[in-house]
Design a protein around this ligand. Structure first.
Ligand code: GAP
Length: 565
């Protein structure tokens, strides 16, 4: 379809950042590399370079700290209670029955239509969206009108335009399209149709049938491949779960699946966690790790990949309190992403409409970010779902192990002042974040071009997630400056090295060294110069403003500690 006319992208106030430039920076500075790069790459798989690996680790650590160790920054829950969460680490491969119970085996598949002409796959439910790319061009075909006897305007097909396209661009873009192979036949059908019902001109859906019929003379009920125009095959399910075998024989009995989400591992251990710890409902279980989906159209760097990392919290609560907890987590997750620098108009919380919800869900919201490739629209960063008691009930039914909960704090009050207790199936609120999408959003948000600077590309990463925390530069590689720089580097590394690099560099001009750090997202550079040796002060340079100030060398550690968050 590359040559086919497509509607112009809607205009937005601020031009989106260049994804090509962001991808180039990611490769140049070692944030993201194509997996199996030297073999030409493998579609849908990405590796992280030194800076990307540390950035993602910092994001994971921030999630772990703020969701599991000190959940919701110590905010009180809806009933004024302390929020309690514990961690868990579960396997990528689980018993196949897990995916039967969760519904993934039956339902985790997209209906796909294959084109017998060019082998292209189209998602059946997105067929008309794909075809919609033709709509502007189609409208131009119906652009002419002629007055009728009664004085009204009737549409007329613009035959000249139609033939021009069929003989030119159409031949390359959609060679099997009936419109290209037999434009006269198509034109006669359309003309006949317009003449017979002038009051209701055909829409794109109807016209597609005329365009697409591969058999001259047929009425054209088969829908054409949006890429080449050949009639598409019938929809067939395309399984999104990767399969492999566990054991010596590669037989059906040994078939297992790579998990498509980390969440299910948590439901399996709900009872084990309750029995082995002192947590009581309401409480959450956090789980991070790799998930796998054989995405049909992986794209946009790590945004939609086939192997990715999730950070999911399953928060269990009493059904009566579940809506309050849903609101609590939804609001906190939005605040959390903002705290890492995704502020302002690029971040929205989108509440799903009732007809978008799964049958068991009482509410779902997405935290969405305006990526350069979705602008002016937004792309999902995290989903916060009220899953009801669906998962625990499903696993209880399939495993035949009771997973309900006996709550000793509820029920009637007994004469001794205690409670009779209540047995129930907890409801679950699930904030489910993608760490790769998160890291990508941080990179996209931080990527800034400032033409007023000698090296205009800057990566304004929040200091908490920045992979390089600070750089220490001797202005010159002599006169005792390198030694002072090395000592300061060692001191800072001892204090801050667990969450990022402390860079030290004595080569090249100081301007070039600053520019290198700007591109790598390093928030602060400290420079040792001739004055340092006299008055024990250093220059500190702020990445975002480029401003410099002098502080005592003994104040550097405190200065950095205050700002790294
Ligand atoms: N347990 C619920 C669940 O997995 P999801 O919306 O399918 O929900 C949660 O996934 C998050 O995982 C998404 O918001 C997204 O950030 C990330 N994610 C999902 N599919 C992805 C993919 N193919 N590539 C990268 N990230 C993905």
């Amino acid at each position: 379809m590359s040559d086919t006319p497509v509607p112009a992208a809607p205009s937005s106030a601020a031009a989106p950042k260049s994804m090509d430039a962001i991808m180039a920076l990611c490769k140049r500075r070692g944030f993201v590399f194509q997996a199996s790069d030297i073999y030409g790459g493998i579609n849908g798989f990405w590796d992280y370079g030194p800076l990307g690996a540390q950035l993602k680790k910092n994001l994971r650590d921030a999630w772990w700290q703020d969701m599991v160790m000190n959940p919701a920054w110590g905010r009180k829950g809806p009933g004024g209670e302390r929020v309690r969460c514990v961690p868990l680490e579960t396997c990528i491969i689980q018993h196949p029955k897990v995916w039967e119970a969760s519904g993934h085996l039956a339902g985790f598949a997209d209906p796909m239509r294959k084109c017998p002409g060019c082998g292209h796959f189209v998602r059946a439910d997105q067929y008309w969206d794909t075809i919609a790319q033709w709509s502007e061009w189609f409208n131009s075909l119906l652009q002419e009108y002629e007055p009728s006897v009664e004085g009204t305007q009737h549409p007329r097909i613009n035959a000249e335009r139609l033939f021009k396209w069929a003989r030119g661009k159409g031949k390359r873009a959609a060679p099997n399209l009936a419109l290209v192979r037999t434009p006269e036949v198509v034109l006669s059908f359309v003309a006949e149709r317009i003449a017979s019902q002038p009051a209701s001109p055909p829409d794109l859906k109807e016209m597609t049938q005329y365009f697409g019929t591969a058999q001259p003379g047929a009425t054209g009920l088969q829908q054409p491949c949006p890429r080449c125009g050949a009639p598409l095959g019938e929809p067939a399910p395309f399984k999104l779960m990767f399969e492999t075998y566990a054991g010596l024989t590669q037989s059906e009995d040994n078939r297992v699946y790579l998990r498509p989400e980390t969440a299910q591992g948590v439901f399996l251990h709900f009872k084990n966690v309750v029995d082995s710890t002192r947590v009581r409902v309401p409480f959450g279980i956090g789980n991070t790790g790799r998930s796998f989906r054989n995405e049909i159209t992986p794209r946009n760097l790590t945004y939609r990949s086939r192997e990715f990392e999730q950070a999911e919290l399953e928060f269990f609560c009493h059904p009566d309190e579940s809506m309050a907890w849903y609101t609590f987590w939804r609001d906190f997750r939005m605040d959390w992403w903002k705290s890492l620098g995704l502020a302002g108009e690029n971040l929205i919380l989108r509440e799903h409409a009732k007809d978008e919800l799964s049958h068991y869900s009482m509410g779902t919201s997405d935290v969405e970010y305006r990526f350069p490739f979705t602008a002016p629209g937004f792309g999902e960063l995290e989903g916060i779902a009220h899953r009801g008691c669906y998962d625990l009930t499903q696993h209880q039914t399939h495993s035949k192990v009771k997973l309900d909960y006996f709550d000793t704090t509820r029920g009637e009050t007994l004469p001794n002042g205690g409670k009779k207790g209540e047995r129930y199936m907890p409801h679950c609120i699930e904030p489910a974040a993608g760490l790769d999408r998160g890291a990508l959003a941080l990179i996209c948000e931080g990527y800034t071009v400032d033409p007023s600077r000698p090296s205009p590309e800057i990566l304004k990463l929040h200091p908490r997630v920045a992979p390089i925390k600070a750089a220490v530069f001797p202005l010159m590689d002599k006169d005792g400056m390198p030694e002072v720089a090395e000592k300061l580097t060692d001191d800072l590394f001892a204090k801050f090295g667990k969450s990022g690099f402390i860079e030290s560099d004595a080569k090249q001009s100081i301007g070039k060294r600053y520019a290198r750090m700007d591109e790598a997202g390093c928030p602060f550079c400290f420079t040792i110069d001739g004055d340092t040796l006299k008055d024990q002060t250093v220059t500190v340079r702020d990445r975002d403003t480029g401003k410099q100030e002098r502080i005592g060398i003994d104040k550097v550690s405190g200065y950095l500690g205050e700002r790294l968050g």
